[in-house]
Design a protein around this ligand. Structure first.
Ligand SMILES: Cc1cc2nc3c(=O)[nH]c(=O)nc-3n(C[C@H](O)[C@H](O)[C@H](O)COP(=O)(O)OP(=O)(O)OC[C@H]3O[C@@H](n4cnc5c(N)ncnc54)[C@H](O)[C@@H]3O)c2cc1C
Ligand code: FES
Length: 296
């Protein structure tokens, strides 16, 4: 068993792969569902920004799993993480079929995969964490917010002795009000939520980058930006952060086939120390990258 995450065998050796039963699969916004299953080994290990691969068991179409980010974990009655929650947008083949699945239907899952937002106790280095999400790109951020605010710990992280003095703001852009998913989850966690919609049906009429500019402008504290969403949106967020010399990390959503570093279907162009760039596999070297390193 290798302990080098860049070795092709690392994630295959360390991931949990199992058939699980759906406990809950409920709509939470237009074309958007929250799905929960029980897999204690995965629930104990997975951290914010990591993902799992998921496919329908006993069904070869689609054959290849799809990546879904951790939304949250839930404890068993003894207080140990046991259940894993993901949130998905009905998009193509798998997610359309998933939306029809009832509790008891079997899925195959493998994970945890990818680097996540780890590093330091909460993975966040500034007193004001600003999360910018476009559409279903909000999914990696609930657990990150809870971890940053000291409300929940994930993986081998330890509960914090006292609540950290950190502020978390969530800039959330969606097509329309109907697509806003999980906003109350963020509010209950104590996150300041700012909303923009493309059609003006809720929050600010416009792009999430405009919200972000305002939040960064008004913050009295040093900020760190994390971002996930469609590529043009992440590029725009990266440019806003760069202009303000604010550190920014992006969680890329490149299409994936294996999820464990073998097929190279998920590569992104990432700058290297020599001033050039190289292809990096989003599934093992990401999905979280420093935004300044991405060649958009
Ligand atoms: C690390 C990671 C985490 C993710 N987390 C979530 C999540 O939490 N919730 C969620 O809803 N989605 C998430 N996604 C995106 C999701 O995995 C894809 O949208 C997936 O393809 C959906 O499967 P499908 O079978 O329904 O659609 P498919 O049939 O696979 O795709 C339909 C169309 O979309 C294209 N496509 C496939 N994947 C992508 C992609 N990633 N970006 C752009 N176009 C694509 C295909 O080429 C095809 O044209 C994540 C992706 C990554 C890489
Ligand atoms: S999905 Fe196969 S190498 Fe990343």
């Amino acid at each position: 068993m290798t302990n080098n995450p860049l070795h092709a065998a690392y994630f295959a050796d360390h991931a949990v792969a199992e058939a699980v039963e759906i406990i809950e699969n409920v709509p939470i916004a237009k074309d958007t569902f929250r799905l929960r299953f029980c897999q204690p080994e995965l629930a104990v290990k997975i951290t914010p920004g990591q993902f799992l691969m998921l496919r329908l068991a006993d069904c070869s179409d689609p054959l290849i799993g799809r990546p879904l980010a951790l939304y949250d974990t839930h404890d068993d009655p003894r207080g140990r993480p046991a259940e894993v929650e993901v949130v998905y947008l009905v998009h193509g083949k798998l997610t359309s079929r998933l939306a029809q699945c009832r509790p008891g239907r079997k899925l195959e899952v493998w994970g945890p995969l990818g680097n996540g937002f780890s590093g330091g106790s909460s993975g966040v280095s500034a007193p004001h964490l600003v999360m910018a999400a476009g559409g279903i790109g909000q999914t990696p951020f609930l657990s990150l917010a809870k971890q940053t605010l000291g409300l929940r710990h994930y993986g081998s992280g330890r509960p914090l002795a006292e609540a950290p003095k950190v502020r978390v703001t969530f800039c959330y852009g969606a097509k329309s009000a109907a697509y806003l998913a999980g906003v109350d989850d963020f509010k209950h966690a104590g996150v300041e939520v700012c909303i923009s919609t493309d059609d003006g049906s809720q929050g600010r009429h416009g792009f999430v980058t405009e919200l972000l500019e305002d939040v960064l402008e008004e913050s009295a504290d040093a900020c760190e930006v994390v971002c996930c969403g469609p590529e043009p949106m992440m590029k725009a967020v990266a440019e806003v952060a760069a202009r303000r010399q604010t550190p920014c990390r992006v969680s890329l959503e490149t299409p994936m086939a294996c999820g464990i570093g073998v097929c190279f279907s998920c590569v992104a162009k990432v700058r290297d120390a020599a001033g050039g760039w190289d292809y990096k596999r989003t599934c093992v070297e990401g999905p979280v990258f420093d935004a300044a390193d991405i060649v958009w």
